[in-house]
Design a protein around this ligand. Structure first.
Ligand SMILES: [Fe+2]
Ligand SMILES: [Fe+2]
Length: 454
């Protein structure tokens, strides 16, 4: 019996004909009739031939939308060949769908595979066993082209993961807002400032400003006796102030030169506490703090910063690696005041040149700003202070020295302890006119200041 081509219904058995007539009368669709035929007699008939049969019997199929059958139902009659022009035509006749929607539905049915699960496995097995498409098609009463299509579908198998977590749907604008908000909040917490305006009001004509740095407190070679003596002098001398340029403790344990720790008399925590107490003692004299390279190891490895901590505690500016200090010295008696522009930092380009130690100070004037009256650079542990007429005005250039007399590194470079000039540089500033006097050593500076203010 043919599934297509010319067919006059003569091959139907009497029983089949009777059943068909009763189903058509009941208003069953062509598809439903085919489904019933398959269930009852194990065969199906081309719907066009069903229509012809109905006409012969002077019956008509009710106009139903054949496509409303589920994929499963469609598959159950193994009538894959139903999907095509005849069905499209039937659906259009029913007047319920546009050609486009019918086509879409057909495509979907085809795409989802209008083959029952059991049958799919059966066909797969047969294909694996090497049976031809034609023989499989014949066995299951399916057009060969659908077997070939099935083979193609199997070849292009796909994987579907239902619950795969995707990042593409992240709201990026929301994320960027979050970052911006976080930046604002963090910056609010940051104590670092590039510029500080400081005003000292006094009844004296002169004030002294010591450029202190590179204490390396816990080191076995640090002149702690000299440091404590100088602090005592500062505390007992009116109008004596201090700016700190970094390297408060050695801190070797967190740095890249851990071998340096063998020079430590006390561990870093104790050194931090001692240094903090020491700086507490010059509260009201200390004007700013700067981050040294040894202090920066804490910042880099532990997000902690001792000079910043001290600045917060003493409520003075913390200038990071360095910054501008606009220092106004005001005489309450004479009502006169002078502004001194200072730039202080731990390191600067050219700071390691021992033969011309203050060359880096001139680099600051050239590269950062030519306005500064005083430029002070720390880090290299040698002291130098000079007043020089440079770029049309008097300037003070300072290398801040150190209380650490020697270390393994300096010994390696061939320096002896006695070669280090520990005379800490001090500048005496006049409140009445722009006038700077340079002094080496805290004790000398104290005596000079007292004499000048007498
Ligand atoms: Fe240092
Ligand atoms: Fe340093």
């Amino acid at each position: 019996m043919g599934r297509s081509g010319v067919w006059n219904g003569k091959t139907l058995s009497k029983a089949e004909k009777r059943s068909l007539i009763s189903w058509i009368k009941k208003g069953y669709s062509r598809l439903k009739c085919n489904q019933n035929l398959m269930e009852k007699y194990g065969r199906t008939v081309d719907p066009r031939n069903l229509s012809r049969f109905a006409r012969q019997e002077k019956l008509t199929f009710k106009a139903t939308n054949e496509l409303d059958f589920s994929t499963k139902e469609l598959a159950s009659v193994r009538g894959l060949w139903l999907i095509g022009a005849p069905q499209r035509r039937l659906a259009l006749e029913a007047g319920k769908r546009t050609l486009n929607s019918v086509q879409k539905k057909i495509t979907r049915l085809r795409a989802t595979g209008a083959v029952a699960d059991g049958l799919r496995e059966e066909i797969k097995e047969e294909l694996r066993a090497g049976k031809s498409s034609a023989s499989i098609a014949k066995k299951h009463n399916i057009a060969v082209k659908f077997i070939d299509e099935f083979k193609e579908t199997e070849k292009s198998s796909t994987i579907e993961i239902e619950n795969l977590k995707r990042w593409e749907n992240t709201d990026i604008e929301d994320l960027l807002d979050f970052i911006e908000d976080g930046q604002k909040r963090l910056k609010k917490m940051d104590a670092e400032q590039g510029e500080a305006n400081i005003k000292i009001s006094t009844t004296s004509k002169y004030v002294a400003l010591m450029f202190l740095s590179d204490i390396h407190l816990e080191n076995v070679n640090t002149d702690l006796r000299g440091l404590r003596r100088d602090f005592d002098i500062i505390k007992s001398t009116k109008d004596f102030y201090v700016g700190f340029g970094g390297d408060l403790i050695d801190n070797f344990i967190v740095g890249p030169h851990k071998e340096g720790v063998i020079e430590a008399v006390i561990p870093p925590k104790a050194a931090r506490i001692a240094a903090g107490k020491l700086f507490d003692s010059i509260r009201e004299r200390l004007l700013w703090t700067i981050l040294g390279c040894h202090d920066a190891w804490d910042r880099d490895y532990a997000d902690y910063n001792l000079p910043e901590h001290i600045a917060r505690k003493l409520k003075i500016p913390y200038l990071g690696h360095g910054g501008d200090i606009n220092l106004t010295v005001h005489n309450k008696k004479s009502k006169k005041e002078q502004l001194y522009n200072i730039h202080a930092r731990h390191k600067y380009r050219g700071s390691s040149g021992l033969t011309n130690g203050t060359a880096c100070c001139k680099n600051v004037l050239r590269n950062i700003d030519p306005k500064f009256d005083i430029v002070a650079i720390s880090h290299n542990h040698f002291a130098e202070i000079k007043i020089e007429h440079y770029l049309r005005k008097d300037r003070v250039f300072i290398r801040t020295g150190s209380y650490k007399k020697e270390d393994r590194f300096s010994n390696m470079l061939g320096f002896e302890a006695c070669e280090f000039d520990s005379q800490i540089p001090v500048v005496i500033l006049n409140t009445a006119t722009k006038d700077m006097k340079v002094i080496s050593g805290v004790s000398n500076a104290s005596d000079t200041l007292k004499a000048l203010n007498r």
